[in-house]
Design a protein around this ligand. Structure first.
Ligand code: PGA
Length: 245
């Protein structure tokens, strides 16, 4: 199966960065700026919400998709400031990141809220990229933490292609990454917890860079990576995409 490489710009980037991405990936160029022909991996860029339409207008038929970084659990109503999954679909999003640890921590999102968002997103035809992962102080009991975060999805009859992104919180933005063996163990664990489900993928996120991507992607059972800060630099991101290809 094709590897997927997802860029999470967080609250960074501007129209200039969008144009740089389009110039590089719209033309299918590799890290050295050469034409690669068909991009084999699936590339998804999740810019801040105000840039989504601009991105989609410029990307035309190029080889990557656009996603959002969050959505609300209703598709319309009196919810000032929230983002409707239905509108995200309408403006051309294919994916939506849900439950990122920054939202869990800074905005106090709970597993229940994230599950409500997941239901709303899939009912609008978006594919969720659902983030799970333990904090530094929870490292010894990561199984328990992940199992709790995955609980609601175990009961679902259809996961609608959900991408579960294992993002250990201690690895995000720190340069510390788990070993390949540890990533494999988690990927296997997620697959075991969700064993009744046929339709989902597992990716890894946390300090993924061009120079560690090939090591990380050796992990068995891993379908791709979710990239934060390294996705803000087009050359660095292109290096990661080259590895996935
Ligand atoms: P990072 O962020 O790549 O900057 O560690 C990953 C993420 O938070 O999705």
């Amino acid at each position: 199966m094709k590897k997927i490489v997802i860029a999470n710009w967080k609250m960074n980037g501007d129209q200039d960065l969008v144009r740089n991405f389009i110039r590089r990936f719209g033309a299918n160029l590799n890290a050295s700026g050469e034409k690669t022909g068909d991009v084999k991996s699936e590339i998804v860029v999740c810019p801040p919400a105000p840039l989504i339409t601009y991105f989609n207008e410029l990307r035309d038929h190029s080889a990557f998709f656009v996603g959002a970084q969050d959505c609300f659990w209703k598709d319309c109503g009196a919810f000032t400031g929230e983002i409707s999954p239905k509108l995200l679909k309408e403006i051309g999003c294919k994916y939506v990141i849900l439950g990122h640890s920054e939202r869990r921590t800074i905005l106090a999102e709970t597993d229940d809220m994230i599950y409500e968002k997941w239901k709303a997103a899939v009912s609008c035809g978006l594919t969720p990229v659902l983030c799970i992962g333990e904090k530094a102080e929870e490292r010894k009991k990561w199984r328990e933490i992940l199992e709790k975060q995955l609980l609601q999805y175990q009961k679902e009859a259809d996961l609608h292609g959900t991408i579960f992104a294992y993002e250990p919180v201690w690895s995000i933005g720190t340069g510390q990454i788990p070993t390949v063996a540890e990533i494999e163990e988690v990927a296997l664990f997620v697959r075991k917890v969700l064993r009744e489900q046929p339709d989902f993928r597992v990716v890894y996120g946390g300090s993924v860079k061009a120079d560690n991507a090939s090591e990380i992607m050796k992990a068995d059972g891993l379908d791709g990576v979710l990239v934060g800060s390294a996705s803000l630099n087009v050359d660095e991101f292109a290096g990661i995409v080259d590895v996935a290809n």
